[in-house]
Design a protein around this ligand. Sequence first.
Ligand SMILES: CCCCCCCCCCCCCCCC(=O)SCCNC(=O)CCNC(=O)[C@H](O)C(C)(C)COP(=O)(O)OP(=O)(O)OC[C@H]1O[C@@H](n2cnc3c(N)ncnc32)[C@H](O)[C@@H]1OP(=O)(O)O
Length: 664
Amino acid sequence: MAALDYHAEERSKAEFDVEEMKIVWAGSRHDYEINDRVARLVASDPVFRKDNRTMLTRKDLFKDTLRKAAHAWKRIIELRLSEDEAYKLRFYVDQPAFTDLHWGMFIPAIKGQGTEEQQEKWLPMAYKMQIIGCYAQTELGHGSNVQGLETTATFDPQTDEFVIHSPTLTSSKWWPGGLGKVSTHAVVYARLITDGKDHGVHGFIVQLRSLDDHSPLPGITVGDIGMKFGSGAYNSMDNGVLRFDHVRIPRNQMLMRDSQVTREGKYMHSDVPTQLVYGTMVNVRQKIVSNASGALSRAVCIATRYSAVRRQFGSQNGGPETQVIDYRTQQSRLFPLLASAYAFRFVGEWLTWLYADVTQRLQANDFSTLSEAHACTAGLKSITTSETLDGIEECRKLCGGHGYLSSSGLPELFAVYAPNCTYEGDNIVLLLQVARFLMKTFSQLGSGKKPVGTTAYMGRAEHLMQCCCEVERAEDWLKPSVILEAFEARAARMSVSCATNLSKFSNPEEGFAELSADLVEAAVAHCQLIVVSKFVEKLQQDIPGKGVKRQLEILCNVYALYLLHKHLGDFVTTGCITPKQGALANEQLRLLYSQVRPNAIALVDAFNYTDHYLGSDLGCYDGNVYQKLYEGAWKDPLNDTDVPDGYHEYIRPILKQHIRTARL
Ligand SMILES: CCCCCCCCCCCCCCCC(=O)SCCNC(=O)CCNC(=O)[C@H](O)C(C)(C)COP(=O)(O)OP(=O)(O)OC[C@H]1O[C@@H](n2cnc3c(N)ncnc32)[C@H](O)[C@@H]1OP(=O)(O)O
């Protein structure tokens, strides 16, 4: 018997080869095959079940997380999975855990900042998970301002040790994931003090817990910081608090790749930029950008499938009501998010390449692209996560009342995704970093330094300041060169305007603070240009598969014109386009939505998500939504009995008019 599929008709409307699109989405056939195999493996394993997660108490949720992490590790060993496959297995398990920080930050910090000797000592133990580590940087009173950290690491030449100490309440480490209950070790960021002199923040490997019985070592106070936003979600993570009371560690546990302390206590800094101490954050920011498309596509998949099943109003002569996906209002909110998911996928791919490139250069002591890599990772982390979080919430609203149910998967997705906008650098702070980079690049234009990479367009600032958009008819907006020039002109003009206003201040820092809101907008314009241009570049590649490239062209245009529509004020006030051209863009956008419509379900099928990973009754592959919602309701613990616990004490006295004498 053929499997039931409420979306069969929608799927038959697709004008492109979905299987080929799956490969484009995954990045390569190889990645597609690994993703597919690992996702199915996770979905079919009962230990990885997550449908009751939001109903677990904190302790049960944490224990469930430990079980899943241990089981995942067991499977990784049994199946001899590669590092990449193991990462994907943890990804599809879809439950934040200490392992994310062990593999995602502790190991990379040692790799990036440790000497060869230190790597040889610590990495083999970390790779076998004989030790489990976290990244202890943020403090109770200090987050984005890394230079403001208070924890101290004072060198004691008598014993050849560092004394790690938390001098104040605000210096307590606060937030590091995996710290609260699991990590045996941490890379701790502390101010290095030798001979009474403060040399700024450096990383140190510190053992926190006994490897025999897991109890905290002397001088260490450690625990979990408490419940976080939402049910399930990030509450599976043991974000921790940590205080040091004069904890001693050997000198060779300072991460000494770029700066060293000698046996005599002399501080030596090689001629590499001090910002390399931020390297782990750059690495994670790049991963966060890659993951943004994952979270957004998941929400979009749920909202799109449900919008095709859900019918509301518009019944003609007693016929079925209209599918909500056919309403223009639904399309104009949903399809830009679908296009954004694809846009973020491709910019994430590009950023992974950029990061690999800068890493290679750094190894060869070439620091020329470091500041651009920092600006790109910081800026793209900021805009992709902000848009993803807003997009998830929009998808919840697009699912109407049912989106508010936990079983839609959207509330938990929102709650688990929300910290992305804050961790690894608050999104506004990161945009200000981009703005600084832009202002610096502009100020160097006069000195003949030619901007390259993502700022190459600034080299054409003179042209971009006075060019006129050539759009006369709506279809002119489909030309990539027209779109790119409009985005370049907007970004350049907003930056130039900031630079001009800044130059009026005698104190540049005062000017920067005063104009910070404008600077953030200029940074957003620059980052959006990067996303649009990387989408356009992707389309210049050879993309096989019937109709695949055509669909991507449509989505690219949707993404760009939606941004243009949303930020019309920027484009018009900077004189990049006229109000008439803005209206034509909107007209074209409506036409594009009609082209997306028949392909919408197939475009979300191309994400190739299992029902397990999606975790949503509304987004299930077969579209049998109402049955699932109905059955799901009866599984709630409140429905274990018809008469609820508490009836006799609290309902009956009200009904029977005994409330005055009731013992509550
Ligand atoms: C399997 C399942 C999924 C797994 C998924 C994988 C992920 C794995 C899990 C992760 C889960 C998340 C876990 C979160 C864990 C935290 O959140 S860890 C804590 C993160 N904390 C932060 O990100 C703090 C953010 N703050 C900062 O980065 C810096 O303090 C700031 C804001 C950039 C300021 O830096 P600053 O040195 O005080 O000051 P500033 O004068 O602005 O900068 C000085 C120079 O350094 C440059 N600079 C600044 N930063 C950098 C940098 N990073 N690089 C290069 N240059 C830089 C500036 O451009 C400037 O350059 P010049 O203009 O002088 O040329």
